[in-house]
Write a protein that binds this ligand. Structure first.
Ligand code: SAM
Length: 143
């Protein structure tokens, strides 16, 4: 989506299968995107303030909640000051066992507060199938 709108995009996932699938989708959509198989927790050390923005969809909920502050610090480290985080958080309601690990609006606000100012937050206009009412779209500015 971002590549189609003219952004230079790098996609990260530590799963080879996810990277392969993402490359196929980019090819199908005729967009140029660099994909890298990589643990995102390693990005802070060599992508310091390297990005104008980060798009996050259901990576947060895949991460052990014990590492969520570290995740927020990593995103803060790689986004330039004044840059943005666009995130669609899911699932808002508890699930029996994670991943996906549950997410709450209050928790997200607390974890982002040290480095981001939330400018908009609302339910997305459309949701993935079966996720209606359980997603929360946030646009936050890196302070
Ligand atoms: C629920 S999937 C979402 C994938 C994609 N955003 C989508 O909507 O199809 C979560 C993804 O996060 C990846 N992931 C989880 N922890 C990661 C980490 N530390 N570094 C890189 N990728 C990670 C998983 O491999 C998985 O592909």
């Amino acid at each position: 989506m971002l590549a189609a709108r003219g952004y230079d995009v790098v996609g990260y996932d530590f799963s080879a299968a996810a990277v392969t699938a993402a490359r196929a989708l980019a090819r199908r959509d005729g967009v140029t995107v660099a994909f890298e198989q990589r643990d995102i927790f390693t990005l802070g050390r060599d992508a310091d303030h390297a990005f104008d923005g980060v798009w996050e969809y259901t990576c947060y909920c895949a991460i052990d909640p014990a590492r969520r502050d570290e995740y927020a610090r990593t995103v803060a480290a790689i986004v330039r000051p004044g840059g943005w985080l666009l995130a669609c958080f899911f699932p808002l309601r508890a699930v029996s066992a994670g991943p996906p690990f549950p997410v709450s609006r209050a928790e997200v606000r607390r974890r982002l507060a040290p480095a981001f100012r939330i400018e908009r937050a609302q339910p997305p206009l459309r949701s993935a199938r079966g996720r209606l009412g359980r997603e929360w779209l946030v646009f936050a500015r890196r302070t």
